[in-house]
Write a protein that binds this ligand. Sequence first.
Ligand SMILES: Cc1cc2nc3c(=O)[nH]c(=O)nc-3n(C[C@H](O)[C@H](O)[C@H](O)COP(=O)(O)OP(=O)(O)OC[C@H]3O[C@@H](n4cnc5c(N)ncnc54)[C@H](O)[C@@H]3O)c2cc1C
Length: 465
Amino acid sequence: MGISLNQERRIVIIGCGAGGGTAAQFARKTDRKANVSIFEKGIYPQYSKCGLPYVISGKIPRFEDLIEFSEEWFNKAKIDLFLKSNVEEIDINEKIIKVNNNGKYIEYPFNSVIIATGAEPAIPPIKNLSQDGKFVKGVGVVRTIDDAKKIKSLLTPGKKATVIGAGLIGLEMADCLYEKNINVTVVEALPDILSNTLDPDMSAQIMDQLSEKIDIYLNHFANEIKHENGVIKSVSIQDRESGVINQIPTDILVVATGTKPENSLAKKSGCRLGKHGHIIVNERSETSIKNLYAIGDCTEYIDFVTKKPTPIGLGSIVVRQGIAAGINAAGGSYSLPNGVLQTRTTDIFGFEVAAVGPTLSCFESENIVTGKFNGFSLPEYFPGGKSISIKVLVNADSGEIISAQGIGDKAAQRINTFAGAVLGRLNIDLFKKLETAYAPPVAPTLDAVTLACDVVSMKLNRKKR
Ligand SMILES: Cc1cc2nc3c(=O)[nH]c(=O)nc-3n(C[C@H](O)[C@H](O)[C@H](O)COP(=O)(O)OP(=O)(O)OC[C@H]3O[C@@H](n4cnc5c(N)ncnc54)[C@H](O)[C@@H]3O)c2cc1C
């Protein structure tokens, strides 16, 4: 390509996922003259990974519908997008990246680089999961369009699927497979489902209804695959307490046990990495190396409440880091809040689940008071009210709201209200007085948000007496 550095600002972005694509847009908006280029090793421009389970279920018709920004879009925005371009090295001293562009070697100059290389599925040690370096037929993960296409191609009604991992993605997949008339079993090593999102008392509220539709084994490890001629037949799972082993007949096995950061370029460049290999970034999405930014699932930042490092794994955060990196790399100035709130949600088997802030198990020595309200989303006299549960966690010493969890009608919107409270470090005695909108067909005079706060405030005041 032979491009030499000139006066123009040259911003190179590695990876065209949610993070890289967003960073490019904001770099372009900030400096209209800058040269903004994205190098993506895959064949797709920016698409929504979060939509993958819903193409598998058929709710979204085609995988192509997930493409949020096409090659034409980037072209019009004057962002150079290079697909099939694997960046092999960032040479910090020479200020060039070295790229394998579909078999051709390219050197490309930069003033700043944004690493947005994402993550890879983390695969637990399950015997016989792979043969000759490839998954046995019937085994898959859900990270890319190609992964999801593979799973979709295996689905015919009546088949048996096992999902390993009962986090947000594992349960979204279980729901989507159930929608396709597949018999679904979920295996989870921990004693509860959704343990990063809900406290056990909250997740227990939906376990019974989930168990009517799918089989769930908690506290079980998947430890071996049985296959015939390279095609999966069953998975053996072991009870972590009793040691008893069960064979689950399985045609499709989906491994949804988290991710590991794609950090090889950052590592080679000498960026500071966290305990689990994530690139450490600050509120401006800067790494430990000047002019090197990093964003997304390959990074860690601090949690707003605990101030402990936390791996990034939510598209909502990735996009906001992308805004920061794009603006800062282009000469602007943008800082994220002092930590991530981890506001998260999903809809599984008809239950909207949402949370902001850490679950109770994340607090070791802090003095926490919790309060919970189970009720309805509309006044009792109005037809059509749906169940809603809200749990609030408050720091008993300061009275500050530190996290909240919700299940049921418009749980995410209600949790978004709490996100404002956590970010503003609001005291429970002020927040319980929040004036929420009321009309019988929409919401009651005192919303579940307020009533949950009342419960925790009463407990707190009793404790103080
Ligand atoms: C099934 C699923 C459902 C999800 N649902 C939600 C949800 O509902 N809400 C939510 O907030 N989050 C959700 N997430 C998480 C969210 O999708 C991720 O946090 C987000 O997509 C990560 O974006 P990223 O840009 O960091 O990484 P990625 O999207 O993984 O992009 C990284 C890109 O970098 C490329 N790359 C890597 N190395 C190189 C290299 N050396 N050279 C060139 N290119 C390279 C990769 O090919 C890839 O395209 C979900 C994730 C999945 C998988």
